[in-house]
Design a protein around this ligand. Structure first.
Ligand code: PHE
Ligand code: CO
Length: 273
């Protein structure tokens, strides 16, 4: 369901979700995606994600109404979801995050896109991103990221900061007593990668390291070749709290790394087998 051309789009790109325009086929796509990804969550997704998903009452039955989610999310962490037609300009995106608004696309993919999409749709945005926003520490992290994004734009450092988003918000792993778990939205909403990232011997898994992440390119066309692993969300928040201005300068002085590179100093995490 694409948004209609005459939908009013504000300067903040926010539109009405237009929930009544989803048809039975749209809801069925949601349901099939939901059931498929839910099956891998036990033993795959971290506890914080699971709690968020349950707490929000997101279910397979039908595409959620943003108003219903907000009635739970806003009292929990003071975040709200707003509907947008697709990817929005960087400054608009950061401004939403800095104000604790998560811009979620309102359209759902087609049947022939079940396994792979290049742009976020409502399943990726809502199933992938929103549950973890029920966690207070992650919620604060994403707001701080939005503020940091505005600063990175001024400093011309957006490519460096974007890598942090990629390797945490989208593809982050977390260490738990039960083993590695997923918190990244790009993994949790992806059929193949949710297993691959935890079980496959090929990709590297490296302990969270802010400047290392900022040096590391990423690929958008295939499973990741490297994942960065946090110990907990406090670590993520604390490590990213200082002013990045000097860090950007420092990182610019280091050579970039390919996703497949490892360097001395990487704390490589072995799979328990
Ligand atoms: N501390 C960062 C800065 O000064 C802001 C930030 C916080 C960026 C958290 C990303 C994540 O730019
Ligand atoms: Co995303």
């Amino acid at each position: 369901m694409a948004s209609l051309p005459n939908d009013p789009i504000g300067s903040d790109y926010v539109i009405d979700q237009g929930w009544s325009r989803y048809n039975a086929a749209d809801h069925a796509i949601w349901r099939d995606l939901f059931l498929r990804q839910s099956a891998m969550l036990p033993g795959g997704a971290c506890e914080e994600f699971m709690q968020g998903l349950t707490g929000l009452g997101v279910v397979a039955d039908e595409i959620p109404k943003f108003d219903d989610l907000n009635a739970i999310l806003e009292p929990a962490t003071n975040w709200t979801i707003v509907a947008v037609p697709g990817l929005v300009p960087d400054d608009i995106f950061f401004n939403h995050l800095a104000n604790r608004r998560f811009p979620a696309t309102n359209w759902i993919r087609r049947r022939d896109q079940m396994d792979y999409l290049q742009e976020p749709d409502i399943f990726h945005d809502v199933f992938g991103h929103v549950p973890i926003l029920m966690n207070p520490v992650f919620a604060d992290y994403l707001q701080a990221y939005g503020r940091g994004g505005m600063k990175a734009l001024r400093l011309g450092a957006l490519p460096l900061l974007a890598r942090l988003y990629w390797y945490t918000v989208e593809f982050g792993l977390i260490k738990t007593d039960q083993g590695l778990r997923i918190y990244g939205a790009g993994i949790v909403s992806s059929r193949g990668e949710s297993r691959y990232c935890l079980e496959d011997g090929k990709p590297a898994r490296i302990g969270f390291d802010l400047s290392r992440i900022m040096r590391t390119r990423y690929r958008i066309d295939d499973f990741q070749e490297v994942y960065f692993v946090i110990d907990n969300f406090d670590q993520l928040f604390d490590a990213t709290a200082p002013d990045f201005t000097p860090l950007y300068e420092q990182v610019r002085g280091f050579p970039e790394l390919a996703p497949s590179d490892t360097v001395p100093g990487d704390s490589l995490i072995k799979l328990a087998r």
